[in-house]
Design a protein around this ligand. Structure first.
Ligand SMILES: *Cc1c(COP(=O)(O)O)cnc(C)c1O
Length: 454
């Protein structure tokens, strides 16, 4: 038996140099994106007004198994990667579990999350194509910060539409983005048609991701040589995030380990999709029986209570339609929901794998999430992001089940980020003012009724 260190990091030379495209090995592919104007499967050219060319190609490529990571992208990856694979000995001890708990920690960069992995790639391809500005949306702020960093590096002007509720809760996130040179606009705003329409209907809204996406897409479509970039959900983003899983798999192999259970929090599905990708390949090819668990908030339960249907990726209904588990593009989580993961839909790849029974999903209430986050922080010395803490909750629950059954399972979870900018949420938990909210079936029905009828 190898002595497993608390913290294991691949060397720079061992870092993967290709991204892995799980679609190439899926037995049954996700349904295609539809062009909302024609209801036909979107062609690469249909995506050019919104995405740059190489990213449009990656979005629709279901067959190329490996994509070379461009040298320029590797040069930035090497500044903060490989990320550590941690063995949570201290957490195991306090839980008294026979399970072995590993986590892949993506919070060691200024953006505070895994999102930088795709931001760097997307900014690079935009620069390659001669795109002169980019737009995006950000909810909790990690994506906006990541893209601001990437755009600063490649010298591309960036406008970030930040969900108004978050902008008010996290002023320092905004300052971080501005420091990297981004222009930050609270959404909904009166700078776009979509924003003005939403403000006219709901003047007091705290905004939503779907709405911020609409504003960013509109700005890109109406500004010459500008493109929109999205930090989750899309196939291209899962492709870039496969670096997480490739590193984790290589590191575990070097330690003679293989996970029985892999757990990831799921907002739009990008970290989960990236973490599980190479392990799912093994499962699809019959080489393993690993269990995959997606963890989502009870207040935004797209997998556990959503419908598998074609829906728009944004509230403004201008993006292509994707077949995914969705709560309806008008769904806005209750304002007391603190922990991110508030997107109405789920990656088409994750949705398909879930639909076909390869992934399980659980939903958890936020007070239980923060209880897990607090316990974790006190023994592992990392203050986790609320999003990541959904995965911590499920990993702890799994480890406690192992304690009952005596099974020594090997658990791997994704610790996607750090929670330094989430003090408002931690304070609500600490002062016992945090509440849970679970939408009623009736509320969800109202939203489902508005799904596009094809
Ligand atoms: C954005 C984010 C998530 C959720 O996004 P996915 O696309 O579902 O991975 C999870 N954790 C952190 C820290 C994030 O910033």
């Amino acid at each position: 038996m190898k002595k497993i260190p608390y913290r294991f990091v691949l060397s720079e030379e061992q870092m993967p140099t290709k991204w892995y495209n799980l679609r190439a090995d899926m037995k049954s592919l996700p349904e295609p994106l539809l062009n909302p104007a024609t209801l036909e499967p979107a062609k690469e050219e249909d995506l050019y007004p919104v995405f740059c060319k190489e990213l449009a190609r990656q979005e629709l490529d279901n067959t190329t198994r490996y994509f070379d990571i461009p040298e320029e992208v590797l040069e930035i990856y090497k500044v903060y990667r490989p990320s550590p694979l941690m063995r949570a000995y201290n957490l195991e001890k306090v839980l008294g579990t026979p399970a072995k708990i590993y986590y892949k920690y993506e919070g060691n960069n200024t953006s505070g999350s895994h999102k930088l992995n795709s931001a760097v790639a997307q900014a690079y391809y935009a620069k390659q194509q001669g795109i002169t500005s980019l737009t995006t949306e950000t909810g909790a702020g990690q994506w906006g910060t990541a893209l601001s960093e990437a755009c600063a590096y490649f010298k591309i002007p960036l406008t970030v539409y930040m969900v108004k509720g978050s902008a008010e809760q996290k002023p320092y996130r905004k300052i971080a983005m501005q420091t990297f040179g981004a222009d930050v606009v609270a959404s909904p705003s009166n700078t776009t048609e979509a924003g003005r329409r939403i403000l006219a209907e709901m003047p007091d809204t705290t905004g939503s991701l779907g709405c911020a996406i609409s504003e960013a897409v509109e700005k890109a479509a109406t500004t010459p040589n500008c493109r929109y970039v999205l930090g989750s959900v899309l196939n291209q983003v899962l492709l870039h995030q496969s670096i997480i899983g490739l590193e984790a798999k290589k590191a575990m192999e070097m330690l003679d380990e293989y996970p029985d259970v892999i757990i990831g929090c799921a907002g739009g599905g990008s970290n989960l999709g990236g973490l599980i990708a190479p392990f799912m390949k093994d499962r699809l090819e019959g080489r393993s029986n690993t269990e995959f668990i997606a963890v989502e908030p009870a207040s935004c339960p797209s997998l556990t209570r959503g419908k598998y249907a074609y829906d728009f990726c944004d509230t403004g209904k201008i993006t292509p339609m994707a077949k995914m588990y969705t709560l309806g593009c008008d769904f806005i989580p209750s304002p007391n929901h603190a922990g991110g993961l508030r997107y109405h839909g789920m990656s088409p790849i994750i949705s398909k794998l879930y639909h076909d029974g390869y992934i399980k999903a659980v939903s958890v209430e936020q007070t239980r999430v923060f209880e897990a986050a607090t316990l974790f922080s006190r023994v592992e010395t990392i203050l986790p992001a609320p999003e990541s803490s959904h995965a911590i909750r499920a990993a702890i629950d799994e480890a406690l089940r192992c304690k009952e059954t005596g099974e020594a399972k090997t658990i791997l979870f994704g610790l996607t980020g750090s929670g330094f900018f989430d003090m408002t949420a931690y304070n609500a938990y600490n002062t016992k003012t945090m509440t849970d909210y679970i939408p009623t079936d009736k509320e969800l029905e109202i939203s489902f009724e508005k799904l596009p009828k094809l």
